[in-house]
Design a binder for this molecule. Structure first.
Ligand code: NAP
Ligand code: GLV
Length: 308
């Protein structure tokens, strides 16, 4: 079997070495633009260029080395091509850790304590009522559910919103556009873990963020395309929102001079909430690839129609 690896902004060497160990029978090569590449049976990709698909006409399936497929689905991809994404593969625990970091930073008022420290004040902030700190998770999928579990461990009330109903112990499930406002109005902390699709683009806009209770906190660890950035800044500056932790932006890397760099109410991280780690990702991809090749059930198949 021939496999081609085409992952932009990725150091290919460790991936190629780990894949060759996991799939010793396979011929694995690095895809290169403007070169005569072999036609492969399977592609392992991250944000490949259109020329990859124009050239690789024999592919049976592609494996995305991330959870989100929004960059991939911008390409013109043959309808018959099977697309498989990562499910967890070591990312869920990282995402849970990231969201807990942001939630605790807000709930335990770390910025206020840092200020007190700089003023040499031994002063404890007033304790917030945890039972009123409902965390609303937009997207109760693989990552959202793991985040919900971590939050419940620290006894935060958790609610979630998704396309289909969920039955997660202790997490009230809200479904679809009709229940979005009700969900938002109860979310003191809002966490976005949705895939970026035509239905979810710009969902963190003025109209929706205004439904959050006054003083709410926003965490976007999904995609920059979910957030209307100026709407967030306006709601922070008008005191409707207390703050935000953002791992993603409309343009990445964030351009020089962007207001997020120095906004006092924004914590910014460089899209590293949950990273694709070579070991667990190669283990999952090689297993799914062997399953698919053998005609067995494959987990993590993407619907081109739904966009995730
Ligand atoms: P997932 O398992 O596919 O979960 C997506 C969730 O969103 C599901 O609950 C789904 O509902 C819900 N959803 C999708 N479209 C919706 C809509 N129109 N309305 C309401 N709910 C909708 O995905 P995942 O593995 O948890 O990953 C989620 C996203 O996290 C990825 O797509 C990626 O963008 C982002 N991510 C970011 C990082 C980072 O480092 N910042 C790392 C990894 C992933 P159903 O359950 O009903 O289908
Ligand atoms: C990272 O953002 C991913 O989608 O895996």
């Amino acid at each position: 079997m021939k496999i081609t690896f085409c992952c932009s902004n990725t150091n290919a060497q460790p991936w190629l070495e780990a894949l060759q160990i996991a799939l010793p029978e396979a011929q694995i090569s690095l895809w290169q633009e403007n070169q005569a590449n072999d036609l492969a049976d399977y592609g392992i990709v991250w944000a490949p260029p259109q020329t990859f698909f124009d050239e690789q006409t024999q592919l049976k399936a592609i494996f995305n080395i991330g959870a989100g497929v929004d960059a991939l689905l911008k390409r013109k991809i043959p309808a018959h091509l099977r697309i498989v994404r990562l499910e967890d593969a070591g990312m869920a625990v990282q995402m849970a850790e990231y969201v807990m970091m942001a939630v605790m930073n807000f709930y335990r008022q770390l910025p206020a304590m840092k200020l007190h420290q700089s003023q040499e004040k031994w002063l404890a902030p007033v304790v917030n009522d945890r039972t009123k700190m409902t965390v609303g998770i937009l997207g109760l999928g693989i990552l959202g559910e793991r985040v919900a579990q971590a939050l419940q461990h620290f006894e935060y009330p958790v609610i979630g919103w998704s396309r289909s109903p969920k039955n997660i112990s202790g997490v009230k499930s809200y479904v679809g556009p009709a229940q979005l406002n009700n969900f938002l109005s109860q979310s003191t902390i809002l966490v976005c873990l949705l895939p970026l699709t035509s239905e979810t683009q710009n969902i963190l806009n003025n109209s929706n963020l205004s439904q959050l209770p006054k003083g709410a906190y926003v965490i976007n660890a999904a995609r920059g395309g979910h957030l209307v950035e100026q709407d967030l800044i306006n709601l922070l500056d008008s005191q409707h929102l207390a703050g935000a932790t953002l791992d993603v932006a409309q343009q990445e890397p964030l351009p020089a001079g962007h207001p997020f760099w120095h906004h006092p109410k924004i914590v910014l991280t460089p899209h590293n909430a949950a990273q694709s780690l070579v070991g667990p990702c190669v283990a999952q991809i090689s297993q799914q690839l062997q399953n698919l090749h053998a005609g067995l059930k494959v987990e993590g198949e993407v619907s081109q129609a739904l966009g995730y």
